[in-house]
Design a protein around this ligand. Sequence first.
Ligand code: SF4
Length: 94
Amino acid sequence: MQCTTIRSGQNCPFMTKAGCSFNGGVCMPILEACEGCGRIIVIDDVQYCSVSPNPMARWKVGNCNMATHVKVETKVSAAKLNPIKASKRMAGKK
Ligand code: SF4
């Protein structure tokens, strides 16, 4: 349903015939941690998240999983397994 509060005219899953059903009835502005994210939208000079009405909830348990500016580092094992040698090793055990 179309929003009639902050994001006036945009479709929002929280909007009902009785008004905004989101906790508090309005979207919350972004947090400091959100700065640099590509999902930020500016409405009336206030920055909001285009994904979530409450950015604080997205950062509650670690990094926001929708953030475009957060790089997640994955550790790559230094000892890479050679698939050919592994195959020969397995064949030798029979
Ligand atoms: S997607 Fe996450 S990091 Fe980006 S603006 Fe929304 S809450 Fe903030």
